[in-house]
Every structure is written in structure tokens, then in C-alpha cells.
Design a protein around this ligand. Structure first.
Ligand code: AMP
Length: 214
């Protein structure tokens, strides 16, 4: 499988990436998740990324492309393919990805555009909780963990992401419209885009994605 999940923050890209990754054994490359791990490990890249992420802005293209190129070239990806979640987010990143995949002789199969109205996105993001260790995603109302404050999968603490505050959510939605919406047009022109109604529950969205790629 060689696919991209694209869509506004909170639309369910991370949830789908985790479902497909675990059930189909495909490597999930989530740029936001990779940045969060770099921040936690207090690397130079993490410190740089933090400055942008905390304001809901995009991390500069150069470092983002370099980081994702390195992950894409790993052997697991060459063997089983990839699910990209959160990358590319700009046309420059999409161009760079084209070159990397061309070199690797691994052409993209499909780009799934997950769609949902803003009100739903804001309500999903407002109650969102994430595992600090395995990245599993919960929601305080719609999908609470069995034991409050801890992950069902790995028992680590779950927390509200620092960029899931109302101010930052609004900025991330604005950045999506400005920088990432043109990427959707880009893949539409290449004939790779599949629009998916992401207001439905995660299992239904998952089934549709799998139907389109099997
Ligand atoms: P996400 O978990 O995908 O919502 O990403 C969280 C944050 O990480 C975003 O709001 C950006 O600040 C940063 N980020 C993630 N992916 C990218 C990307 N492809 N390009 C630039 N910044 C990114």
C-alpha cells in the first residue's frame, strides 16, 4: 500500500493511519507524531519544531522534507509500502515527495481526502486526548479510555495535546486552508484524489479506504 491521508486537523487522519497500519502491517509515517517524539527527546529538530507547532504554524519545508525523506527510505517502507499522515502539507513538500518516490520507484496509489465540516472538527479536537507513548487517540466524550487518564493499549498516561487549545485550533484550520488546500488540487490534477466522508464512524471510513486500495 502506498497512500496519503490528507485533510484538516482533527478529521481522523491519525485514527485511520493507526487502524490501517496495525491491521495491514503497513508503515505509518505521521509527520506530527514524528515531530512530537523529537520534542519529547529534546533534539535540535524537536526544539526547532516546537516553536512552530505551539503556535499552530507549519514547520519549515526544508527540515520537514529532510525528516520525511529519511523515514521513507527505511527498509520497512521499501518492503511493505507506507501510509503518509500529515505530509505533504504544502505544494513544495508534494513536489519533493514526488521526487523521492520516483527515485525509490514507489509511485503513489491514492490520496484520500478526509472531509468534515469545521464544527465537527472543532468539537473533536476540543476533547481529544493522545497517548504519550504509543500515539493512540481518545476523546473525553466520544471515546474515553477504560481507565481515566491512561491508555487502553499500553497503559501510559494520556494527555491533551498542547496545540489542541481553541486559539491554536483556529490557526491550524486557517493554515490548512491557506497551505494545504492547494495540495488537494495538486493531487486532483494528477488523478489520484479520492474524497471520503469522514463524518462517519472510524470503522466505516476505514472500510471505504481499504475497498479503494485492495
Ligand atoms: P498533526 O499531528 O498532523 O496535526 O501536526 C501537528 C503539527 O506539526 C502541525 O500543526 C504543524 O505545526 C506540524 N507539522 C506536522 N506535519 C507537518 C508538515 N508536513 N509540514 C509542516 N509542519 C508540520
Amino acid at each position: 500500500m502506498r497512500v496519503i491521508l490528507i485533510g484538516p486537523p482533527g478529521v481522523g487522519k491519525g485514527t485511520q493511519a493507526a487502524l490501517i497500519g496495525s491491521r495491514k502491517g503497513v508503515q505509518t509515517l505521521s509527520s506530527g507524531e514524528i515531530f512530537r517524539r523529537e520534542i519529547e527527546a529534546q533534539t535540535d529538530l524537536g526544539r526547532l519544531a516546537q516553536r512552530y507547532i505551539s503556535h499552530g504554524e507549519l514547520v519549515p519545508n526544508g527540515v520537514t522534507i529532510e525528516m520525511m525523506a529519511k523515514r521513507l527510505r527505511e527498509s520497512e517502507v521499501r518492503k511493505h509500502g507506507f501510509i503518509l499522515d500529515g505530509f505533504p502539507r504544502t505544494v513544495k513538500q508534494a513536489d519533493a515527495l514526488n521526487e523521492i518516490l520516483f527515485d525509490m520507484e514507489m509511485p503513489l496509489q491514492k490520496v484520500f481526502w478526509l472531509q468534515a465540516p469545521d464544527e465537527l472538527i472543532v468539537s473533536r479536537l476540543s476533547g481529544r486526548l493522545g497517548c504519550t507513548k504509543c500515539g493512540a487517540i481518545y476523546h473525553s466524550v466520544n471515546k474515553p479510555p477504560t481507565r481515566e487518564g491512561f491508555c487502553d493499549v499500553c497503559n501510559s498516561p494520556i494527555v491533551v495535546r498542547s496545540d489542541d487549545q481553541p486559539e491554536t485550533i483556529r490557526e491550524r484550520l486557517r493554515v490548512f486552508r491557506e497551505s494545504t488546500a492547494p495540495v488537494i488540487e495538486y493531487y486532483k490534477d494528477l488523478g489520484l484524489l479520492v474524497a471520503v466522508d469522514a463524518t462517519r464512524d472510524a470503522e466505516e471510513v476505514y472500510k471505504e479506504i481499504i475497498r479503494e486500495t485492495d
